[in-house]
Design a protein around this ligand. Structure first.
Ligand code: ATP
Ligand code: MG
Length: 231
């Protein structure tokens, strides 16, 4: 007898890493678009532990008197907002692997952990095109491409060519890296935080439950100093 067609196809799992401070509709649209285009069975959102590109929780910055302004919200708040934002979608889930690992978060560790947890799946690492170039520049890209395929999402009009990604691209298989455009979404977490700090609305930029969580926990009430490095 022949195996059912479904058995021939490996499970496809998207991995969407981010600071998610807060998660916003740009993240959700990007993840959903990639899931549709690559026929993914699941997308796992992975809030970072300590994003090495941004100042970490412990490195709060003193402003004015003695108020310590944390530059990244507590991991538990970012995790819960991500759970709230994704809970209604049966194909979306949230992983704690980065939150629970000690030290700074590196994409290669995220992918090692998730490939161990999902040995029967092909992983698709979803990232903004801006972040993609720094990930592939700073890390061991050979191991990264052995662990996952990469999908860089950009907005229409955002130029992303091989020049942004260094010179090693020619050596990759055509399946290793895909660049796709998602519908224009100028939403960023930075803008959402600035709005919350100024008492301006974040409704419709983030899911309703996330608006309510931000208010309940009084997140982003104090303006933050500029975060250093890439965003
Ligand atoms: P910040 O403004 O604090 O840098 P952010 O909006 O860039 O936050 P992150 O949590 O840093 O959000 O991003 C997680 C991932 O989502 C990154 O790969 C980023 O490039 C991507 N991303 C962020 N905003 C969008 C958007 N509007 N559309 C598509 N992808 C996005
Ligand atoms: Mg960013």
């Amino acid at each position: 007898s022949t195996a059912p067609v479904g058995a021939l196809r490996r499970r496809r799992v998207g991995v969407m890493g981010g600071t998610f401070d807060p998660i916003h509709n740009g993240h959700l649209v990007a993840a959903n678009e990639v899931a549709d285009r690559f026929d993914l069975d699941e997308v796992i959102f992975v809030p970072t532990g300590r994003p090495w590109q941004k100042l970490s929780d412990e490195q709060g910055v003193r402003q004015g008197g003695s108020t310590v302004v944390p530059v990244v919200s507590p991991a538990e708040d970012r995790y819960l907002m991500t759970v709230i934002a994704t809970a209604a979608n049966p194909r979306f889930s949230v992983s704690r692997v980065d939150i629970e690992r000690q030290g700074d978060t590196y994409t290669v560790d995220t992918l090692r952990d998730l490939s161990r947890l999902h040995p029967d799946s092909d992983l698709y690492f979803i990232t903004g095109a801006d972040a993609l170039s720094s990930i592939l520049t700073w890390h061991d890209w050979e191991e990264l491409f052995a662990l996952a395929r990469f999908v860089g999402v950009s907005r229409p009009g955002y130029e992303l060519g091989a020049a942004h990604l260094g010179t090693h691209l020619e050596t990759l298989s055509p399946d290793a890296l895909h660049l796709i455009e998602v519908p224009a979404l100028a939403i960023s977490s930075t803008d959402c935080r600035d709005r919350a700090a100024q008492g301006r609305p974040v409704w419709y930029l983030v899911p309703d439950g996330v608006v309510q969580y931000i208010n309940k926990r009084r997140l982003y009430r104090v303006p933050r100093p500029e975060s250093r490095g890439v965003s």
